[in-house]
Design a protein around this ligand. Sequence first.
Ligand SMILES: COc1cc(/C=C/C(=O)SCCNC(=O)CCNC(=O)[C@H](O)C(C)(C)COP(=O)(O)OP(=O)(O)OC[C@H]2O[C@@H](n3cnc4c(N)ncnc43)[C@H](O)[C@@H]2OP(=O)(O)O)ccc1O
Ligand SMILES: O=C(O)CCC(=O)C(=O)O
Ligand SMILES: [Fe+2]
Length: 358
Amino acid sequence: MAPTMAVSNYDISDFVLHKGHGVKGLSETGIRTLPNQYIQPIEERLCMTKVVPQDSIPIIDISNCMEDPKVAEAICNAAERWGFFQIVNHGIPIEVLEDAKEATRRFFGLPAKEKNKYSKDNSPSNNVRYGTSFSPQAEKALEWKDYLSLFYVSDDEASALWPAACRDGLLEYMRKSEAVVKQLLKVLMEKLNVTEIDKSKEDLLMGSRRININYYPICPNPELTVGVGRHSDVSTLTILLQDDIGGLYVRDLEDNNSWIHVPPVKGSIVINVGDALQIMSNGRYKSVEHRVVANGSKNRISVPIFVNPTPNDIIGPLPQVLATGEKPLYKEILYSDYVKYFFRKAHDGKATVDYAKI
Ligand SMILES: COc1cc(/C=C/C(=O)SCCNC(=O)CCNC(=O)[C@H](O)C(C)(C)COP(=O)(O)OP(=O)(O)OC[C@H]2O[C@@H](n3cnc4c(N)ncnc43)[C@H](O)[C@@H]2OP(=O)(O)O)ccc1O
Ligand SMILES: O=C(O)CCC(=O)C(=O)O
Ligand SMILES: [Fe+2]
């Protein structure tokens, strides 16, 4: 049954959450009024008077990032000042980016019954999960977003478990982004006096990867809800591909009350520092709050790759950072405990990183 304005809240939850239609299915019924479950408290909606249109996160041409110290400097400065930047001339072919977006549209274009085979209750593996909002059990108000989250273990596991509709395009995007991730981490680590990235350091920085695909359908009352609420990522670095719609906003660290739009730039990739890197750098690189608004006239997709420590790593400020006598700001913590803490609550700004503070 397709929900109408007359159906109860229970029916909407059943349709969206349990039957797997997601907010995409709800949007496609032509629903004209936002259901109550999606109405966010006023303080969680983005008020456009808080957006500074003349400001922008840096756009960095990284074609010479290993040779030109000015490029390395720009990357490190952006990670300290903004926690976010966009990269161009990164070497990932444009067709690979287009194929990843096409793969995303193909998956969300499947019938609800097919997508629901990957829901938390039905998925053959914890590593493959289709869902909606962020953490519906814990949230007072739901978010206007559907997602598929894929934890990468191996190509063989992906072949066996990831949905065929999107698997190949997403795997290729992951493969092609690996060299970029390594370059960025090398540059960021050198500034922290970490000059050698051996196998155990590489695992600590990028030993696990998760690729999410996000779908934000047209929303009947976009000003009353959010696509994604205020949060910082729990990753080391996030590599985000967005389409040409826009809607991602980043908190301005120098004016805590202001938000800055991340405009779509053709062929570019958005990079942001995650909590794990903020903790390892003892607060030098910033994992900055960001959020996505809902859109009243266009569907939007995005494809973040979360580059993480391995779940069984202990993360804490790196010894090279503390060698100068700097006081540690964060305790040592098992990374999977950190991530579980993040997933078990609603989006709540920077509260996850506060959990690791001394
Ligand atoms: C979805 O919308 C989002 C997502 C994000 C994500 C931002 C990131 O930075 S993701 C990068 C996270 N890092 C990793 O995945 C690498 C480390 N991984 C691990 O430590 C583990 O794989 C694990 C994530 C802790 C899961 O371990 P497992 O033993 O399988 O534990 P579970 O009991 O299954 O899960 C624990 C808890 O988390 C919930 N959960 C698990 N996976 C997801 C997921 N992909 N999406 C949402 N929630 C997930 C799970 O339901 C469990 O909670 P319960 O309450 O059900 O017990 C940013 C913004 C977004 O809007
Ligand atoms: O869709 C976007 O632009 C950002 C999504 C996001 O912040 C996330 O998935 O962690
Ligand atoms: Fe995020």
